[in-house]
Design a binder for this molecule. Structure first.
Ligand code: NAP
Length: 273
């Protein structure tokens, strides 16, 4: 059975993907930031949990070394772990910007690169990066998060080219809205609105309201089903929009053009200017 290493399986999409692959009999290793309480998350029996904190480069190196020593590079690496930041760019502390890029981009890149030589020498492997709709378009106050996802897009496309001659495939998924705790973990309301510069308050309040009204969020299990299809797509396709609104928003932007799309989105939150 194929083996898969999936990062960030304590909740949300990662947790559902672990269940989906395990159901097929795959050999699944998932990462969590701490093993404390991880057993209570109800992962299927047979799933191996390992510790990974992407904000600490030494943790990435330790995980990669342990996996390589035990079983070599996995057949499939799913770079799923991610963290959200919300708020005006000028309010974002530099250390927070660094943290988000470390977890969502540098950490993902470092982990993938740890397995690339082995996959290349073996002549097979699949790296699936979990990007975001926000890796293709940016909404106000998601600038830091979305910029980190843009970085992941660039990295994925570059690696796609570099590894294609060696039989190693690279893919990126671009989720729209999935019903996971990622927003609560980012403390959107507290960090975003209450702590924000007065000058951005109105627009911030509008976008928080807008996000709250997005009730059609894909269930993690359904998103995992879409990801399962991606994992099994043996074509050289790079990118896949998945989950609610991803396809429609990307299509709308292409259809009406970038500037018009930006103006319409801007007017919604900032009024006409
Ligand atoms: N939900 C959406 O609407 C949406 C939309 C677009 C893209 N995405 C992307 O989908 C992926 C999965 O997110 P999700 O929505 O399922 O959210 P989630 O439930 O919060 O899952 C994120 C996972 O990443 C882990 N993680 C966070 N910081 C980490 C770190 N420093 N080191 C290692 N692991 C860390 C979390 O662990 P802890 O539990 O310890 O925090 C959790 O297991 C992310 O890459 C996210 O950006 C989600």
């Amino acid at each position: 059975m194929p083996s898969a290493l999936i990062t960030g399986v304590s909740s949300g999409l990662g947790r559902a993907v672990v269940a989906r692959l395990s159901r097929e009999g795959w050999e699944v290793t998932g990462t969590v930031r701490t093993l404390e309480g991880a057993g209570a998350k109800g992962h299927p029996p047979g799933v191996r949990l390992r510790v990974l904190d992407l904000s600490r480069p030494e943790s990435i190196a330790e995980l990669a070394a342990a996996v390589l020593a035990e079983s070599g590079p996995p057949d499939v690496l799913i770079n799923n772990a991610g963290t959200l930041h919300f708020g005006p760019l000028e309010d974002a502390p530099p250390a927070e910007i660094q943290r988000v890029f470390q977890v969502n981009a540098f950490g993902q890149i470092a982990l993938a690169l740890a397995f690339v030589p082995g996959m290349r020498e073996r002549g097979s492997g699949l790296i699936v990066n979990v990007g975001s709709l926000g890796g293709r378009m940016v909404f106000p106050f998601f600038s830091v998060y979305n910029a980190s996802k843009h970085a992941l897009e660039g990295f994925s496309e570059g690696l796609w080219h570099e590894l294609k001659p060696f039989g190693v495939r690279v893919k990126i998924v671009r989720p729209g809205y999935i019903d996971t705790p990622i927003y609560e973990k980012a403390s959107v309301d507290r960090a975003g609105v209450a702590g924000a510069s007065q000058i951005y308050r109105d627009a911030l309040t509008k976008i928080v309201e807008f996000e709250r009204r997005v009730t059609r969020r894909t269930r993690p299990e359904e998103a995992a089903e879409e990801l399962w299809i991606v994992v099994n797509d043996t074509s050289d396709r790079l990118a896949y929009p998945i989950a609610a609104y991803a396809r429609s928003l990307l299509f709308a932007r292409r259809l009406i053009g970038e500037t018009r799309f930006l103006r319409i989105a801007h007017g919604r939150w900032f009024g006409r200017s």
